[in-house]
Design a protein around this ligand. Structure first.
Ligand code: FES
Length: 250
């Protein structure tokens, strides 16, 4: 394997001894992530059609309004989840491969020189701020849970609309993604040396096991929650523009 890696480095971009379709994964990431980035950027800058009835688009939550701020309120909020995802361990691997081609896959000829400093030097050293974006993302997630609960309140009466389920499903998927974070797993119990030393650490062990289950499928939750947050915004926008009519289930 080491020989294969060495060969791929000294040969040109994309050259490899691999026989599998290694390029499918980075190509899928490049297209899927690219579509989301274009859509999210457009929606954030649009600054309109982000609420309807009891529904608030997750791109605009929490809804912030200041006299001195003349632009889209989403700009004040969305940098938190954007940087949380951009510094996510899984996404780093995915977009390094998809966009930087350094390397595009294991044992595949790559762009860039032979000197590799990883994330120990500027600018990638800033990826180490991920844990701090996690703390901020958990706060934003709290607001999204609030929005999901409020979406069942139709002018003072309990009700269930299709939008209520869309917002609830979205915040569940986002929770699975956020609490399956590698940094959160470390925080919740991974940093301990002894799980059986006290009642508190035994409880932490149980929490760590749950988080580890989410962490096992972190890539899946990353993509499901990315789709769900985009769809939730799209659905609210369609209602706000009058394109869709919300289906009232109860
Ligand atoms: S590692 Fe992916 S969200 Fe933290």
């Amino acid at each position: 394997m080491n020989d294969t890696k060495t060969a791929s480095r000294t040969a040109g971009l994309g050259s490899t001894a691999r026989h599998d379709a290694w390029w499918i994964e980075p190509a899928t990431v490049a297209i899927g992530f690219g579509i989301f980035i274009v859509y999210a950027t457009w929606r954030v800058l649009e600054g309109a059609y982000y609420e309807w009835g009891p529904y608030l688009s997750p791109f605009y939550s929490p809804k912030l309004a200041f006299d001195w701020w003349q632009w889209s309120p989403a700009i004040l909020v969305l940098w938190v989840p954007a940087l949380f995802r951009a510094t996510c361990y899984y996404y780093r691997k995915a977009y390094y491969r998809a966009y930087f081609w350094d390397p595009p896959g294991c044992a595949v000829g790559h762009l860039g020189g032979e000197r590799y400093s990883g994330e120990s030097k500027f600018p990638l050293i800033f990826q180490n701020l991920h844990r701090y974006f996690l703390y901020l993302a958990i706060i934003v997630l709290g607001f999204l849970w609030y929005d999901a609960i409020v979406s069942f309140n139709f002018e003072g009466s309990f009700g269930i609309g299709l939008g209520s389920l869309v917002l609830l499903g979205n915040v569940l998927f986002l929770s699975n993604y956020t609490f399956g974070c590698h940094a959160f797993r470390h925080l919740i119990g991974g940093r301990l040396n002894c799980f059986s030393c006290s009642q508190a650490t035994k409880t932490q062990l149980k929490a760590w096991q749950v988080v580890s289950k989410l962490n096992e499928h972190h890539m899946l939750w990353a993509w499901v929650s990315l789709f769900s947050v985009g769809f939730a915004d799209f659905y609210v926008r369609m209602l706000a523009t009058g394109t869709f009519t919300d289906i009232r289930l109860f």
